[in-house]
Design a protein around this ligand. Structure first.
Ligand code: NCD
Length: 307
């Protein structure tokens, strides 16, 4: 039962629970008109303490397409946060008005702390450089759509694997499926955090390699998950400038890639994927964007227990 639950970490839901969300998502995609007033009278609140385009809009569009309403802020300075209100009090207050809350916060662990004070489902829309579980739902659904399976895959993750929360969540989620291998491509300075290597990959005996050059390994990949260098999490502008263009996927780099490679990117893209790749059948990132809204529709229905 997902009704009334929070979603803080990609492992909060079992594989079967994820499957039930994906099945519902597919039903929504097949017949959206059957769902367009199912959340009439329900309210979603979006509390975004950090910038966002896709995550916030897709949550809001999801609720509106289900016939519900939306309240929230995209700029905490315009709320009582600016007066010094604690996260706990903001959540208690908003939960008095809304049936479900999606929150993005710069502090790692903020949603884990927040659920203690939140009597309605709280969804983590990204907490600092830590986790981003609804992006992962989107990514898994898109992998399923492109490959027809979530097991027996070689997944390349490329770019900022240190600060990129979407990669941390993707690795956590995908490492629960059979025979999944990871190829982690990044500059030395931007490798995955130790806890991902030790607590997830090594502990679960997942095959993985860490390399610096994409060209050497691209031919092995079923999925290439590109990421942006996370400028806002760097302490030093010079390091950002040095590392920002480490990887740019263009048609030349894709020369040795499998014909059925699926290229994903949580977006926003800065420079990591050349525009010329957008027209290539291997580019799945705009499809992924659309899936993000439908998956969130499925998630909202499950957490609200609306049938
Ligand atoms: C990602 C994020 O916010 O972590 N964006 C998103 O939610 N689709 C990736 C990023 O900002 O690079």
């Amino acid at each position: 039962m997902l009704k009334g639950r929070h979603l803080v970490d990609p492992q909060d839901f079992s594989i079967q629970e994820l499957e039930s969300i994906f099945e519902l998502t597919q039903e929504i995609i097949n017949k959206p008109e059957d769902f367009n007033s199912i959340c009439h009278g329900k309210i979603l609140s979006t509390l975004f303490y950090e910038p966002s385009t896709r995550t916030r809009f897709s949550f809001e569009a999801a609720m509106l397409r289900l016939g519900g309403g939306v309240i929230g802020f995209s700029e905490p300075g315009s709320s009582s946060v600016a007066k010094g209100e604690s996260l706990a009090d903001t959540l208690r207050t908003v939960a008095a008005y809304a049936d479900i809350i999606a929150m993005r916060h710069p502090n790692e662990g903020a949603p884990k702390h927040g659920i203690k004070y939140c009597p309605v489902p709280l969804i983590n829309g990204g907490d600092g450089g830590h986790q981003h579980p609804t992006q992962t739902l989107t990514d898994l659904f898109t992998i399923l759509e492109s490959k027809g399976r979530l097991d027996n895959l070689t997944i390349g993750c490329c770019g900022d694997l240190k600060f990129g929360r979407t990669v941390h969540s993707l690795i956590k989620a995908m490492s629960r499926y059979e025979n999944v291998k990871f190829i982690l491509v990044s500059p030395k300075e931007l490798q995955v955090p130790d806890y991902i290597r030790t607590e997830i990959l090594e502990q679960r005996n997942i095959q993985f390699q860490e390399v610096e050059r994409l060209e050497e390994v691209i031919d092995q990949m079923d999925i290439l998950y590109m990421t942006r260098v996370q400028k806002e999490r760097f302490f030093n502008e010079a390091d950002y400038v040095r590392l920002k263009d480490s990887y740019i996927v263009d048609l030349k780099k894709l020369k040795d890639a499998k014909e059925d490679l699926a290229i994903l990117h949580p977006l926003p893209r800065v420079n990591e994927i050349a525009i010329e790749v957008d027209e290539d059948p291997r580019a799945w990132y705009f499809r992924q964007v659309k899936n993000g809204m439908f998956v969130r529709m499925g998630l909202i229905l499950k957490l609200l227990g609306v049938k």
